[in-house]
Design a protein around this ligand. Structure first.
Ligand code: GUN
Length: 298
């Protein structure tokens, strides 16, 4: 019988820990940490993610500021806002919610954020430091997945980990973190051009699906006893929810779960961990800026 990995429950525990960390910061005489979030346009999924991030901040005592701009905002103007946040002493860390409208270069935006305030861990300097194993902000979803495995005592050392999906936000950084010294997994990164995707996936001890394609992973891709981590959060139409949509994972849960030793649900698996990782990074940014304990996140 498989065990369900309760990301929501673990995220609640971590929020409690963050609440304590924030209290300690405040007891030291410093102001509360502050996260700012820039949201451009009104994409439904981005609206929801940012709302969750703002709510999570308030639950742990982190202050937050939401800056909204229409999707007609020019790149120059957005870069100017980023420049302003970079020097705002009251903001410890900030994020620019992706995706951005096509007329704005995500590369330019990500590179404009000060690496010291880049709590998403997307800036090339933080990505480079992460690759080299130096202290850095680690992007929230890979960080959350590693924390989830750690807290469930699921060892990845020496294990065959297969990551499906090579996005800059999840698949690629995760593949690097899993192969780091001290984490020590044997990692294969699969993508849309991979030959024999099924054959390789079905050799995985730990299979991580991050492609954004509902029910992509079926039972014929999963080895008996595997740990399966589902990063997918695609909105699909639903007749049974008030909103008219539901979140669909990348894994066909019904057919895959019976084969697994552990599996994450969608929702309630990786998603809540992504949010707490951002909170952890924000507290770390606040500590660094106030001169308290600096250190690596992973
Ligand atoms: N879009 C999807 N995931 C993320 C994330 O973790 N951070 C930001 N800024 N945008 C996203």
């Amino acid at each position: 019988m498989y065990k369900l990995i309760d990301g929501k429950g673990i995220a609640s525990q971590i929020k409690e820990e963050i609440r304590n960390d924030v209290s300690l910061i405040r007891q030291s005489g410093a102001r509360a940490p502050r996260l700012a979030a820039i949201l451009v346009g009104s994409d439904g999924a981005s609206e929801t993610y940012v709302a969750h991030k703002v709510k999570a901040c308030s639950e742990v005592g982190i202050e937050s500021t939401l800056l909204r701009f229409p999707d007609t905002i020019g790149e120059e103007r957005l870069l100017a806002e980023i420049g302003r946040l970079n020097i705002d002493k009251d903001v410890d860390g900030f994020i620019v919610q992706l995706p951005l409208p096509p007329h704005i270069s995500e590369d330019a935006v990500v590179s404009a954020v000060s690496p010291d305030k880049d709590v998403d861990g997307f800036h090339p300097e933080n990505v480079g430091r992460m690759v080299l194993g130096m202290p850095s902000f680690i992007s929230a979803t890979p960080f959350g997945i590693l924390e989830l495995l750690k807290r469930y005592d699921i060892s990845v050392s020496g294990k065959r980990c297969v990551v499906i999906g090579r996005s800059n936000i999840v698949g690629r950084p995760l593949s690097i973190l899993l192969s780091k010294k001290g984490v020590d997994a044997t990692v294969t990164l699969l993508h849309s051009r991979s030959d024999n995707l099924k054959g390789i996936a079905s050799e995985a001890d730990i299979l991580i699906a991050a492609i954004g394609s509902p029910s992509f992973v079926t039972s014929d891709m999963v080895k008996e006893g595997a740990v399966v981590i589902d990063v997918g959060t695609t909105r699909v139409k639903s007749d049974t929810t008030k909103s008219g949509w539901r979140l669909a994972g990348d894994v066909d849960f019904e057919s895959v779960a019976p084969l697994c030793s552990y599996i994450t649900p969608v929702p309630g698996g990786v998603g809540p961990m992504t949010i707490v990782s951002l909170l952890m990074n924000t507290v770390e940014a606040a500590r660094r800026l106030t001169g308290q304990i600096a250190g690596s996140s992973v």
